[in-house]
Design a protein around this ligand. Structure first.
Ligand SMILES: [Zn+2]
Length: 216
């Protein structure tokens, strides 16, 4: 991109930190130095839920991180997905986790129409591009369930997502080590249900990655 064009873009759309929304220092992308340094990262692998080996997450779902996720989901900030995906790919590299293809937890067609995009698809696409891996559509949402945030205990969370998803593309899934991407892991009920469906469709193994994780 030409320098003049970049200068114009910066003038029209000043680049802001996705977490604190402060203006970014020159030559920084996505995060300001303070947020990069001070935001507490999730350490190690998360073992929560079933049908997948573990989940890798970047930050805890709280404060500026939860606000950023909400801006991506409900505030039209679709470009945040590039940042979330890049940070997930960084964490995956740190943990040394490998897979053959990247897939995602889809939103329903109705929600995608209302929102204009599927945020987990956009995050997964960025993860796949950063890791140089194929992006694979493997699931579709077949039942509209109330948002998981409204379900308090883990049994009702599991019941809420049961049979809400179906597999697609079984030939591409069979025998594969897949990485399933979503924006947030809370109880792990949604990821578990998606991985159950993918296992039944013949996936060899699954692990998950999210931008944010609720504290236990
Ligand atoms: Zn910041």
């Amino acid at each position: 991109m030409s320098k003049i064009l970049q200068w114009l873009l910066d003038l029209l759309y000043p680049r802001k930190c996705v977490l604190c929304t402060g203006l970014l220092e020159k030559d920084r992308v996505y995060l300001c130095d303070k947020c990069r340094k001070d935001t507490e990262k999730v350490k190690g692998k998360i073992h929560r839920g079933s049908f997948f080996t573990h989940c890798i997450s970047v930050y805890y779902y709280e404060k500026d991180v939860s606000s950023a996720v909400k801006r991506l989901k409900f505030g039209g900030k679709a470009h945040y997905a590039l940042c979330f995906g890049a940070l997930i790919a960084e964490r995956l590299a740190e943990e040394g986790t490998t897979c053959e293809a990247v897939t995602w937890v889809p939103v329903s067609a109705a929600r995608k129409r209302a929102r204009g995009y599927d945020q987990a698809y956009l995050i997964a696409k960025a993860v796949a591009e950063c890791m140089g891996l194929p992006l694979l559509k493997s699931l579709k949402k077949i039942r509209h369930n109330p948002p998981q945030a409204r379900e308090k205990d883990s049994a009702s969370r599991r019941a809420n997502v049961l049979n809400a998803y179906a597999s697609v593309n079984p030939d591409a899934i069979r025998g594969k080590k897949l990485l399933l991407v979503d924006d947030v892991i809370t109880s792990g009920a949604t990821l578990s249900e998606c991985c159950r469906i993918l296992k039944m469709a013949g996936a060899e193994s699954l692990y998950c990655a999210t931008f944010a994780a609720a504290r236990e």
